[in-house]
Design a protein around this ligand. Structure first.
Ligand SMILES: NC(=O)c1ccc[n+]([C@@H]2O[C@H](COP(=O)([O-])OP(=O)(O)OC[C@H]3O[C@@H](n4cnc5c(N)ncnc54)[C@H](O)[C@@H]3O)[C@@H](O)[C@H]2O)c1
Length: 335
């Protein structure tokens, strides 16, 4: 089997290419390199012992997509390509909607014109907006608190409508909680541009001396130690979730959504402690005021994926911090 992986040189897409390869599925990568490095390809080669096909291109380029789908046949599209910085999306909403929403419509058009009927979509727990109850299951009401989140909500709606209009179509929306970690080889991981938006890369960069200290935003939440609690998932568990979703729904159609999380929350201070243990050093941190829009707690009910896909996470918080640290030490400047 062969699949097109949009955004396949990015953080989650590249790790999913490894999981696809391990499952005997051939990935063909399409990426415009707007937030990734071409050097990811050679790292994939080192890990998998094989060169993956790479097409430099854009999901908004209908002409190029038509050519790709006419030249090769694909069993599905794994659609990771998107812009993902929440703060930036508030400053540049049109750019986010154009890339994430219009880009997906262009991709769906090209797929439709060439009889590619299956798409696995990178969604996010952000589509649940502010949690109304915990743990969050797939029935939780959908909403968003910023343009990035709305772009995911809109794409999910478009995918659902597309499936409704054509009984051949399958769209699986995978709602990620907080992906962290790196491949255990230490050859591939996350290297955010500029100041990291997420906690784990920020801690890792502090541990390696690139940042002075970690700011912990809020220590008076209603949690065990007062700091925010999130559901962190190892990127390789997440990658395998994609393979499980694809392989378990070969014969199906319609719109399906699954949470991909561990079901367990860790506080900011617990993550800092786990990273201190992995890196064998104290991570400097300081308490700071709460950030607007942050919530106390967020974690998944991941039982649907377990029941329907036979998938559940295997890797622990110690694996997440160990693998992040190994990658960060090997490639402190990224690739
Ligand atoms: N990382 C997270 O915390 C997280 C959480 C939930 C959901 N997601 C979603 O998962 C997906 C992958 O995220 P990631 O963390 O790997 O991000 P990433 O930025 O590392 O990867 C995205 C890739 O898509 C490419 N890309 C962007 N726009 C493109 C376009 N128009 N055409 C072709 N390529 C394009 C980028 O160059 C990059 O390589 C995204 O859709 C993101 O919204 C990520």
């Amino acid at each position: 089997m062969k699949v097109l992986v949009t955004g396949g040189l990015g953080y989650i897409g590249s790790h999913t290419c490894i999981a696809l390869h391990n499952a005997g599925i051939t990935p063909v990568i399409l990426d415009n390199l707007s937030n990734s490095s071409i050097h990811v390809l050679q790292q994939l080669h080192k890990i998998c012992g094989q060169t993956f096909s790479f097409i430099e291109g854009d999901i908004r380029d209908q002409h190029q997509l038509e050519q790709i789908f006419k030249q090769q046949s694909f069993d599905a599209v794994f659609h990771f390509a998107a812009l993902k910085a929440v703060g930036e999306s508030c400053q540049q909403p049109r750019r986010y909607y154009e890339n994430n929403v219009c880009g997906t419509v262009t991709l769906l058009d090209a797929m439709y014109n060439n009889d590619v009927t299956r798409i696995i979509f990178s969604s996010s727990a952000t589509v649940y907006g502010e949690p109304q109850y915990l743990p969050i299951d797939e029935q939780h009401p959908i909403s968003a608190t910023n343009p990035y989140g709305w772009s995911k909500v809109m794409v999910e709606q478009i995918l659902a409508d597309n499936c409704q209009s054509d009984s051949q179509q399958l769209a699986i929306s995978l709602r990620y909680f907080n992906p962290v970690g790196a491949h255990s080889s230490g050859l591939l991981g996350e290297s955010p541009n500029g100041i990291p938006n997420n906690l784990m890369p920020y801690i890792a960069q502090t541990a390696v001396g690139k940042r002075a200290k970690v700011s912990v935003f809020g220590d008076d939440y209603d949690t065990n130690d007062g700091t925010g609690v999130r559901d962190y998932i190892h990127v390789m568990d997440l990658a395998e979730g994609h393979v499980a979703a694809f392989t378990n729904h070969q014969q199906d159609s319609g719109f399906l959504a699954y949470n991909l999380g561990t079901g367990q929350g860790y506080s900011v201070l617990e993550i800092i402690a786990a990273f201190s243990k992995a890196s064998r050093q104290q991570i400097p941190f300081q308490m700071a005021p709460r950030r607007q829009g942050d919530i106390a707690c967020n974690y998944a009910d991941a039982n649907l994926a377990k029941a329907k896909l036979g998938w559940q996470t295997k890797l622990t918080i110690n694996d997440m911090t160990r693998d992040t640290w190994r990658w960060q030490q090997n490639y402190p400047q990224g690739l």
